[in-house]
Design a protein around this ligand. Structure first.
Ligand code: SAM
Length: 217
């Protein structure tokens, strides 16, 4: 399959028509080989307009959702970014194309190990991954200029707000299992300004400051 052509087609049919305008985000989506972040059996569907299974009951998000969340972060290139929910590592690779340092936390060890292997093989050395409960953040590396949560939360975990730098931006899907909305928080003068964006559906954020279990969700 001509994956380069499929990627270009994805950008032209799924991202630009839906309003993704940030040229840097579009360039990153054109560049990162999404098909290498899914299993071989899913490769032919890697550029389809949907989330795909990555095993362990988890998903790689729909391309449009990755693009819209990334655009909301307004990355310029020199930021320190925290991602909660490494999953396949694809979003981390997109972030690495657009910022200086990426820290990514995954709660499922097998996913973190696979993501780490892929990111190293592709040369994304600016990404550091750890296995932990991401709702607690990454205290030793805080503060972060940007924080992105890629699993659905009942509310934004307080530790993440605390670890957001001044003038920082945090993006997270917030809601219940049936309906979530992207929430963007901008920290200014120590206060948090909130805006709601696109409706979305994510797998649950499970942890101390998230859902207590997949059953509670
Ligand atoms: N960003 C990922 C990608 O590019 O493939 C997709 C993320 S997937 C939709 C959500 C991920 O969040 C899952 O891998 C899940 O295990 C993880 N997750 C859920 N709760 C978590 C938590 N408290 N800390 C870290 N990861 C968590």
């Amino acid at each position: 399959m001509d994956f380069d052509a499929l990627r270009e087609f994805m950008v032209h049919t799924q991202l630009i028509p839906r309003g993704i305008r940030d040229e840097r985000v579009l360039a990153a989506m054109r560049k990162v080989p999404r098909h290498l972040f899914v299993s071989e059996s899913s490769r032919h569907r890697a550029y389809d307009d949907m989330a795909l299974s990555i095993g362990e009951g988890q998903t790689i998000s729909q391309p449009y959702m990755v693009a819209v969340m990334t655009e909301l972060l307004e990355l310029k290139g020199d930021e320190k970014v925290l991602e909660i929910g490494t999953g396949s590592g694809y979003q981390a690779a997109i972030l690495a194309e657009l910022s200086k340092q990426v820290f990514s936390i995954e709660r499922i060890p097998a996913l973190a190990a696979r993501a780490e292997e892929r990111l190293r093989a592709l040369g994304y050395d600016a990404v550091r991954i750890k296995v932990s409960d991401g709702t607690l953040g990454w205290i030793d590396e805080a503060p972060f200029d940007r924080i992105i949560v890629t699993a659905g939360a009942p509310k934004v975990p307080d530790p993440l707000k605390e670890q957001l730098a001044e003038d920082g931006i945090l993006v997270a899907p917030v809601g219940d299992r049936f309906s979530q909305q992207l929430l963007r928080i901008v920290k200014k003068d120590g206060t948090f300004r909130e805006e709601f964006h696109t409706l979305c559906v994510f797998v649950p954020l499970i942890g101390e400051h998230g859902w207590k279990s997949a059953e509670e969700w």
